[in-house]
Ligand binder design. Structure first.
Ligand SMILES: NC(=O)C1=CN([C@@H]2O[C@H](COP(=O)(O)OP(=O)(O)OC[C@H]3O[C@@H](n4cnc5c(N)ncnc54)[C@H](O)[C@@H]3O)[C@@H](O)[C@H]2O)C=CC1
Ligand SMILES: O=C(CO)COP(=O)(O)O
Length: 336
């Protein structure tokens, strides 16, 4: 793979881990950070003590707080902003995107109001000549594990196979396996929907409800993800793959998940305000539960687990009552 001039936009844990991976793959990477102190630490100390503490970053990785300079001449642009600021930051980046650059979304969520995935937001914001170069990368991938170099496999979706293959080649390495897919909607939807489901799984864990309950939560969560995905044109195989089931299992069972941790803390009696005010990192499920539910209602799709998560987050019920409520819903066939 030839070395690509690469811009990574967003220096949270995931943007930093991906930028480091791309630099290790021999690309010339510039990482834009929203906070100037984060940009400076990346550039000068080769570290991100705020969002990815404890890792030495590649010495050639450049940090910057200047978006136009970060994007100058980029052949690959990797977008990793939290979803609630995605449109705003991309709007600022748009005039500086070089023509022909592959543009990859790596954020996991659905935009409020529009119900768009992040690649759909990008298609909405960007000039028509950029739209043919869009891709989305998603799958079971905790930033800390990717930064440690433990084996990880993800999927990159694009309507254009040549774009997916370019992105695949740029990211792939002996510890980071990348599959391609034409189903960009399915790839993005899996990553978005698993976040509120991981909050539910955290509640199951926090209440010590046992392994049976966790397995039921994951499987019925997958049913909700699948119903919504199919209604939006996603492929069943994508939802059963890395970006769907794979990421759902990881975040529902992995102690590194921020969304799962939110659910566990809710179950232990903290309020959502107490939890979010104690975190600088983003747990996308907190804001995205409502955006996903609105999308589901628009599609006429039932998502009972995500509905109770929304009511717990709104303070309308407790995790105990919410989980009881799920168990006592009207009896029905498993598949309908
Ligand atoms: N951390 C992980 O393991 C993974 C995260 N993701 C996704 O990546 C996206 C980014 O998450 P992380 O990198 O983990 O972030 P993070 O939670 O580590 O850090 C928060 C990020 O938000 C940025 N930020 C806060 N306010 C901002 C504003 N007003 N404008 C622009 N940026 C602002 C911060 O600069 C920082 O980059 C999310 O959608 C997340 O779901 C996807 C896969 C793995
Ligand atoms: O998306 C992730 C792993 O694939 C990270 O999950 P959390 O945002 O819940 O930490």
């Amino acid at each position: 793979m030839p070395s690509l001039k690469t811009a990574v936009v967003g220096a949270g844990a995931w943007g930093t881990a991906l930028a480091d991976l791309l630099a290790r793959n021999g690309h010339a990477v510039s990482l834009w950070a929203y906070e100037s102190e984060v940009a400076q630490a990346i550039d000068e100390q080769h570290a991100n003590p705020v969002f990815l503490p404890g890792f030495d970053l590649h010495p050639e990785l450049r940090g910057s707080n200047d978006l136009p300079r970060t994007l100058e001449g980029a052949e690959l642009v990797v977008l990793v902003m939290p979803t609630h600021v995605f449109r705003e930051v991309l709007g600022k980046a748009a005039p500086h995107l070089p023509p022909g650059a592959a543009i990859v979304t790596c954020s996991k969520g659905i935009e409020g109001g529009t119900g768009f995935t992040m690649a759909q937001v990008a298609a909405d914001v960007l000039a028509p000549e950029h739209r043919d170069h869009l891709a989305a990368l998603s799958g079971p991938s905790f930033a800390k594990e990717v930064a440690s170099g433990t084996p990880t496999a993800v999927t990159v979706g694009s309507e254009r196979p040549e774009v997916a293959q370019k992105v695949q080649a740029a990211f792939a390495g002996p510890r980071f396996r990348v599959y391609t897919s034409r189903d960009i909607v399915g790839v993005e939807l899996g990553g978005a929907v698993k976040n509120p489901l991981a909050i539910a799984a955290g509640m199951v864990a926090g209440l010590d409800l046992g392994h049976n309950a966790m397995s039921a939560m994951i499987t019925r969560g997958l049913a909700e993800m699948t119903r919504l995905g199919l209604s939006l044109g996603a492929d069943l195989a994508t939802l059963a793959g890395l970006a769907g089931l794979g990421d759902l299992v990881l975040t529902c069972t992995g102690s590194l998940s921020r969304n799962r941790m939110v659910g566990t803390r809710l179950a232990k009696g903290e309020t959502i305000e107490q939890i979010t005010s104690s975190m600088r990192q983003v747990a996308e499920g907190v804001k995205n539960t409502t955006t996903i539910l609105s999308l589901a209602r628009r599609q006429g799709v039932e998502m009972p687990i995500i509905e109770v998560v929304q009511r717990v987050l709104a303070g309308e019920t407790t995790p105990e009552l919410a989980l009881d409520e799920l168990m006592t819903r009207e009896p029905k066939p498993e598949h309908y």
